[in-house]
Ligand binder design. Structure first.
Ligand code: NDP
Length: 474
């Protein structure tokens, strides 16, 4: 079984303790990573701190050049990294609508190159006979990145590249469920970056908690559950760390009654089930008008029954396993509860007989807000389809949730869709698509889905502090 070291201060670090990484398609380990404890997390923070003065003083164009080199390294190692992502997450190499490990790599590469070129110029707010006033952006220092298991490499890139671009140094702690591709990426990156600029430590929540409370960490960028996000916010308060928290979502989609059901259903199915529903901004609750409810449910159930579920390394597989046993148990518990609450399971409904963590793609009709499957984030291949009879009711039901990450409206009438979209309480709203993020558009949650945004110039700004410079002329 291949073993992956941590990288701290530019050096490979192996410890007496390892984490076995399970391939969820087989339910057995395929690789291991070396694990840190809180003391080693300290060493990594010290390495990042030591590297900060030189990295933050590196000319902007040189930092940009090195980040493009990271993008090229991802590019030239794509087949290897794709296979690691598939083995540790279960997502197919290609997958439903091409949303698989190939897309994870392509996205990581695209985000790296785009972010490497975002300008960080000072803003001139006044220049007259009294004074010249400029607003400068300065790096924060050491950034700790804590990442989840669903898109391990892409989310790491979303954290690491803007942090480095702005002149910070980074310690990343990937999820213990999926640390392999990230560990390999950091190894590749360390052949390009100066030692200590990018470090990786593996370990359980204790290592994340050590970073969160560390006095020499200036910012935490975290993607994961709302529950953990709140713990991180609390741990970070003693030292008033800057935070970007990208937390859970329970995204609603509202289908207006003018759509062509057969044309729209495959898009809705893709939005709800890509990566097996394990994406923060997947479609997680679907509201369909009375007049089209039966037809839409029937069409979605047909698509669910036809989706090919299997080992993501095999050709033609649409959906892999759920990423880990605990998540499979959550999905199964929600399915059991949905049945008991009077939901009609139109397709799927149970785990597959297998050593792997497979769950049948599942469509549930007949539930509404107040049932667990509608109210809670399922993060798995099970979608509730909820009936509504007027649009105001649909908007009220969509907003009746503590989460506010994404939302969508589906219609042939873009003005009508926009009017509904603007009333949804969420950080991003899509019309006739869902969950499609891009490197130039800010993305983040409102309500309990997070704090701050990622991507583009707004996302980059979150890795800086403002320094206002006033030069008096009088
Ligand atoms: P968590 O939020 O628990 O884990 C995300 C990351 O945080 C992991 O690296 C984890 O480490 C780390 N972590 C856990 N506890 C702490 C802590 N106290 N301090 C610092 N870091 C910590 O997500 P789970 O993996 O447990 O998934 C649970 C739920 O979260 C899912 O059911 C889903 O609803 C949601 N989720 C949302 C995601 C999103 O993209 N918005 C992504 C993943 C999950 P480790 O894994 O090693 O314990």
């Amino acid at each position: 079984m291949k073993s992956y070291p941590m990288i701290i201060g530019g050096k490979a670090v192996e410890t007496g303790s390892t984490i076995a990484v399970i391939n969820p398609a087989l339910g057995e380990p395929f690789a291991q990573v070396h694990a840190a404890d809180a003391a080693l997390a300290d060493v990594a923070v010290a390495a990042a701190r030591a590297a900060f003065p030189a990295w933050s003083a590196t000319p902007d164009a040189e930092r940009s050049r090195l980040l493009h080199a990271l993008g090229s390294a991802l590019d030239s190692h794509t087949p290897e990294l794709m296979e690691l992502v598939t083995c540790e997450t279960g997502k197919p190499l290609r997958g439903l609508n091409d949303v698989g490990a190939g897309m994870e790599l392509a996205g990581a590469i695209a985000w790296t190159h785009f972010t490497a070129d975002i300008p960080l110029e000072p803003e001139l707010v006044q220049d007259d006979e009294q004074a010249r006033v400029e607003v400068h952006r300065k790096p924060l220092g050491v950034v700790a990145s804590i990442t989840p298991w669903n898109w391990p490499l892409m989310i790491s890139i979303w954290h690491v590249i803007p942090a480095l671009r702005a002149g910070n140094t980074v310690v990343i702690k990937p999820s213990e469920y999926s640390p392999v591709a990230v560990s390999r990426f950091v190894e590749l990156a360390n052949a390009i970056l100066p030692p200590g600029v990018l470090n990786v430590v593996n370990g359980a929540a204790t290592v994340g908690a050590a970073l969160t409370g560390h006095p020499d960490v200036n910012k935490i960028v975290f993607t994961g559950s709302t529950r953990t996000g709140k713990q991180i916010m609390s741990g970070a308060s003693a030292t008033l760390k800057r935070l970007t928290l990208e937390l859970g979502g329970n995204d609603a989609g509202i289908v207006l009654p003018d759509v062509d059901v057969k044309a729209v259903a495959p898009k809705l199915f893709g939005a709800g089930f890509h990566n097996n529903g394990q994406t923060c901004a997947c479609l997680k609750r679907l509201y369909v008008h009375d007049s089209q409810y039966e037809a839409m449910c029937e069409e979605l159930a047909r698509l669910a029954r036809n989706a090919k579920v299997g080992n993501g390394l095999d050709a033609g597989v649409d959906l892999g396993p759920v990423q880990n046993r605990a998540q499979l148990d959550i999905v199964n518990a929600l399915a059991v509860d949905a049945r008991e609450a009077g939901g009609h399971i139109l397709a799927g409904g149970k785990p597959l007989e297998s050593k792997g963590f497979f769950f049948e793609p599942t469509i549930v009709a007949g539930l509404t807000n107040g049932s667990r499957l509608v109210d809670e984030e399922q993060f798995g291949p099970i979608l509730p389809v909820v009936r509504y009879s007027d649009v105001d009711e649909a908007i009220r039901l969509a907003n009746d949730n503590p989460n506010g990450l994404g939302g969508s409206v589906w219609s042939t009438d873009s003005a009508a869709a926009l009017a509904v979209a603007r009333r949804l309480e969420c950080g991003t709203v899509w019309i006739n698509e869902h969950g499609a993020v891009q490197p130039n558009a800010p993305f983040g949650g409102v309500k309990q889905s997070g704090i701050g945004v990622e991507f583009g110039k707004h996302g980059l700004a979150e890795f800086t502090s403002i320094q206002t410079v006033k030069i008096s002329k009088s």
